[in-house]
Design a protein around this ligand. Structure first.
Ligand code: KG4
Ligand code: ZN
Length: 344
């Protein structure tokens, strides 16, 4: 049995986890920084980096203690090396390098997006490559063909905002505070999705991509009009987002060839209404639908440790001078799309 220590610090969660190649999460801890960023309505990179620096070392020590292990018992140390807020990424990666050097263990520099992309395989041993992945988080909205470790074909991306960003900004417009996605989902439960006419950008379009900026702006106009209840705006926004996701993902499923499953991952995959809609879509295509448990959807270190396990199994690790990368696409060959360039 091999065990990997995973470290995550690319956004506003400081996290450590110990995961085995037998898919057992021996221990994991997550320190959320929500309280530190809430007054600003979003993540402040400098505050995040400082908080990671303060919290990470004791968090790793506590995670090892939870599992009754020491560094000598782990087989490799995996840390997010990008993409993300570079100050936080560097805290995690430098810590991992120091531990790897001190304990003489291999270092594995993990792409945060690969962590999300492979997390469904940690939760479900039956999920085999290739699969079609809808990756929806605060910074990304992509459809990927996942062919193996480090082997991704990006079939679609957003030309403007990520879906999590649209959730968070719409939540802010509705006065729901930060982080907004889960709060908006709760409010939507009390609303009527037919009440507010909102656009479905690119729905039915020939091109593969997503767009959410127009939807986000329409939410702002609906709120400013004073004509609608907040819960109805929330429900209508969520339904419009779902219609876009189902349309775009359905298009990709129709074009991609043979895959073993439709999979969703990333923070927005914690949304129950989105999961149900995608499950129905997969069923219409005769495919299994796989979504990781909620706590593996939002940022965590178990997914980073698991990506480390998969890389270790391929005999891969990284030199101690490996660089942190603020941008790191999963599919470097993918085209830069119109309107892109704002997000990694
Ligand atoms: O993957 P993640 O934790 O961090 C990034 O790598 O971006 O995703 C965070 C995003 C945030 O935008 C958050 O609002 C959204 O995921 N999110 C949700 C829900 N839970 C988290 N969006 C909609 N519904 C939810 N239940
Ligand atoms: Zn993430």
């Amino acid at each position: 049995m091999r065990t990997v220590l995973g470290i995550e610090s690319s956004c506003d969660e400081t996290a450590a986890a110990l995961v085995t190649d037998g898919r057992v999460i021996l221990a994991q801890r997550i320190a959320s920084q929500d309280d530190a960023h809430r007054p600003y309505g979003g993540v402040v990179p400098e505050i995040a980096a400082r908080a990671h620096a303060e919290r990470l070392a004791p968090l790793i020590a506590a995670t090892l203690a939870d599992a009754g292990m020491t560094l000598d018992d782990v087989d490799a140390i995996a840390a997010t090396a990008g993409p993300g807020l570079i100050g936080g990424v560097m805290v995690g990666l430098v810590t991992a390098k120091a531990l790897a050097m001190a304990a003489d263990k291999p270092l594995i520099a993990v792409n945060h997006l690969e962590g999300h992309a492979l997390s469904p395989r940690l939760a479900d041993a039956s999920l085999a490559y290739p699969y079609l992945l809808l990756l929806v988080s605060g910074g990304h909205c992509q459809i990927l063909l996942v062919e193996g470790v480090g082997s991704f074909r990006r079939l679609a991306t957003t030309i403007d905002d990520a879906l999590g960003e649209a959730f968070d900004k719409s939540a802010k417009v509705l006065g729901l505070g930060y982080p907004g996605g889960p709060a908006l989902e709760r409010l939507a439960l009390q609303g009527d999705a037919r009440k507010v006419p909102l656009p479905r950008p690119l729905k039915g379009s020939d091109e593969p991509h997503f767009s959410f900026a127009g939807l986000k702006s329409a939410v702002l106009r609906a709120k400013q009009s004073g004509d609608y209840a907040d819960a109805d705006i929330a429900a209508s926004f969520q339904q419009a987002a779902i219609d876009c996701l189902v349309d775009r993902t359905g298009r990709a499923l129709g074009k991609v060839g043979t895959v073993n499953a439709l999979v969703v991952a990333g923070g927005v995959a914690a949304n129950t209404a989105i999961r149900s809609a995608l499950e129905a879509l997969a069923a219409r295509h005769g495919l299994p639908f796989i979504a990781p448990p909620m706590q593996l959807c939002t940022d965590n270190a178990a997914m980073i440790a698991w990506a480390g396990v998969e890389r270790l199994e391929q005999g891969q690790n990284d030199p101690l001078d490996v660089a942190a990368r603020p941008r790191w696409p999963l599919d470097p060959a993918a085209d830069v799309v119109r309107g892109a360039g704002v997000k990694a």
